[in-house]
Each structure stands twice: as C-alpha cells, then as structure tokens.
Design a protein around this ligand. Structure first.
Ligand code: G6P
Length: 367
C-alpha cells in the first residue's frame, strides 16, 4: 500500500500522532474478547517452562528490550539478559537450558539481529521474535513471530514501532507473571484495563505539544544534552538521547540517574541542559536529589514528569513538560512521546532533515 504523510509535514510527525490508534490495535489483537486475558498467536508461550530470557536487538529496539527487562524481572521474576546484536553474535555467549531467545526488530531484516538469531538456533529452547514485518527474515526464522501491528514506518527514527514493541513486550511480561502465578487473575485484569485506557491518555498527552515546542527551541541552542532516568525511565533516557542525536545532530548522552556522580556530573554547567524523565513514583525522591546536584552546579534541568512530580520537585527547574499520571507499569509507553517530540521539534528548530537524517538508514541489512 502507498503510504503518504496524511496531512503532516513529515512522516515522523504522522507516525508520532498515529500512536494512540496503532497501539489500540496492537493491544486489541493480543487480548481475549472479554479484555481480561492475553491471547498469543500460534501455540503461544508457556512461561512456566522458561527459566531465562535472552533478548537481542539493535538501536531503538534494544531500548525496548531493556525496558522489558525491568518488566519481566519485577513482575514475572524471570531473569533477563539484554544485549545488542553486534556484541552478542561475536561473543558467542553460552545459552543455558530452558532459555527462550527473544529478538526485537521493526524491519525484521537487521543483519546483526538476524545473525544473532541464527546463532541461537539449536542452542536456545525456543526462538521468539517481535517484529513489524511478518514476512521478514527474522519472523520466518523464528519458532514464533509476534507482530506489533504498527503499520508501515517510514521515518528513519523509529517512533510508533518502539511504542508498539513496548506494548507487545509488556503483554508478554504480564502473561509471564500470570503463568508463573506472580500476579492473580484480578491483578492481570486490572493491568489490562489500565492498558486498554492508555491510548486515550496518549491522545491527551499529544495535545500538549506546545510545551514541548517551547523546550525544543531552547534545546536547539545546546551543543550537548544529558538525559537522566532511573528504573523504567533509564531505557527511556537512552531512547530520548538516541532520537535527539539521530535527527537534530546535537550530542546527547543518557545515564542512569544514580550514575551521575560517577562521571557525567563533571560535564555539568549552564550550557548543558539535563533532561530528567521522572514520573512521581517510588524512586522520585532520589531523582529530586540528583536534580539538586545538577542545579547546584548551574545545570539547567528540563523535568518531564506528572502534576504530582512537578509539585514535589521544588524550585529551580528550568523547563518542564507535564504528562498525565498513569499506572507505574505504563510510564515507559507514555514517556516515549515527549522523548520523540523533543527530538522532532528540536530538529525542526534546527532545520535538519527529520525523515532522512544524514548517514542513517531505516534498515541496516549489511554489517
Ligand atoms: C536502524 C534504524 C533504527 C532502528 C535500528 C534497528 O538503526 O535507523 O531506527 O531502531 O536500525 O532496526 P530494526 O529494524 O531491527 O528494529
């Protein structure tokens, strides 16, 4: 099918805006008709038979994997290894018994990810992939391929594929938690009800684009930007930094907030904006003290949080982006939007080619 920009200036803008719709479809396609259970295609996955997950991907898809590690370990108590495919394939890691290998790829054709998958054939108990293109090599060579239903993604910087990958991985983690009796049927149904309501919340968040544009005009003047996040927000910080450097060409780095003292704090001065992704969760107080350390050194904090977080952050925040409050388990999907929008509007302010950034390819099919 021919894909057009549907009235948007760029494919990336269209694909950001489409997320509530495609996510709703992805969610619907994995739920039982009553909405209270999870139904996987084919013979599904029985997580009581899985002792370990090895997740492998490149780029944005690898940050979806890193997010999923937090979900699988916290909610389902399954140990998870996450690796980027180019490292994994040449390290030739041992694969313990009862390991499921999980590959995440929008295109399903990334050369390193495909090679990593082939390495796992006959070593891992089972090969599962999470893909956007069901006819792709990675899907065909897997024992089970799970589609993310994002539709065609044209923008080189992945947006809707990332959030759809997160949805499918979250559903897998919840299925694992339920199979292993780490959560009850009622708890599962409650999580799924929250998830079904998420597309509506995303629509509300997208409407707040004005805040983001204002912050982006400031970021466009920076030479370096630091992203910080803790727990589930750490992979999101990595994704925010990746998006920004990919399309605005501003040097951006991400650190786990707790690592601030172990290096990046040396870079802080008034020329380096620090984007802190922090919903008002159990770890928020720790993040506030990290922010104070930044501000004490003249650093400019851009706080991405909810109304409660803004209230508890105290004085001195330079710029803010406020999001609706959602269940803690869903924050990575919601916070992906400002990460994408910040990069998009910063690139627009700088006048770079958003859909076709220099030196980058949509799908890296050669090594
Ligand atoms: C390239 C793209 C990224 C993508 C990565 C992995 O670097 O520019 O947007 O995240 O490849 O691609 P895949 O198709 O395997 O998800």
């Amino acid at each position: 099918a021919r894909v057009d920009k549907g009235g948007h200036k760029h494919f990336m803008a269209k694909e950001i805006a489409e997320q509530p719709t495609v996510l709703a479809e992805a969610i619907r396609s994995y739920l039982t008709p009553d909405g209270k259970g999870i139904a996987l295609p084919g013979d599904g996955i029985d997580f009581t038979a899985v002792d370990r997950l090895t997740m492998v991907a490149c780029g944005t898809a690898s940050y979806a994997c890193l997010t999923a590690k937090y979900w699988f370990e916290q909610y389902a108590r399954i140990p998870v290894d996450v690796d980027i495919a180019s490292e994994f394939r040449y390290r030739e890691p041992p694969i313990p018994a009862r390991t499921t290998a999980l590959f995440v790829s929008q295109s399903g054709e990334t050369a390193d990810t495909l090679a990593a998958l082939r390495y796992c054939q006959r070593k891992a108990e089972r090969i599962v992939s999470v893909v956007n293109v069901p006819e792709s090599s990675i899907a065909r060579e897997s024992d089970l391929a799970l589609p993310i239903h994002a539709g065609v993604e044209v923008g080189v910087a992945s947006t809707k594929a990332f959030t759809c990958q997160l949805v499918v991985l979250l559903l897998l983690a919840l299925k694992a938690a339920s199979d292993r009796e780490e959560i009850t049927a009622e708890e599962l149904a409650a999580h799924l009800a929250d998830l079904r309501a998420l597309p509506g919340v995303l629509n509300a968040a997208l409407d707040r684009g004005k805040d983001v544009r204002k912050v982006a005009r400031k970021l466009a003047e920076a030479r370096d930007v630091l992203f910080l996040g803790r727990g589930l927000m750490y992979p999101l910080a990595l994704e925010g930094a990746l998006k920004l450097k990919e399309i605005s060409y501003i040097h951006a780095e991400a650190y786990a907030s707790g690592e601030l003292k172990h290096g990046p704090i040396a870079l802080i001065d008034k020329t380096v904006p620090v984007v802190v992704m922090a919903p008002r969760d159990a770890l928020f107080d720790k993040t506030v003290s990290n922010m104070q350390e930044v501000m004490a050194r003249g650093g400019k904090v851009v706080l991405v949080t909810d109304a409660e977080g803004l209230r508890d952050a105290g004085d001195g925040v330079w710029q803010q982006i406020t999001l609706p409050s959602v269940a803690p388990i869903l924050t990575p999907i919601l916070y992906a939007l400002p990460a994408q929008q910040l990069a998009y509007h910063t690139a627009i302010a700088k006048g770079t080619d958003v859909d076709q950034p220099r030196n980058l390819a949509k799908s890296v099919t050669v090594e």
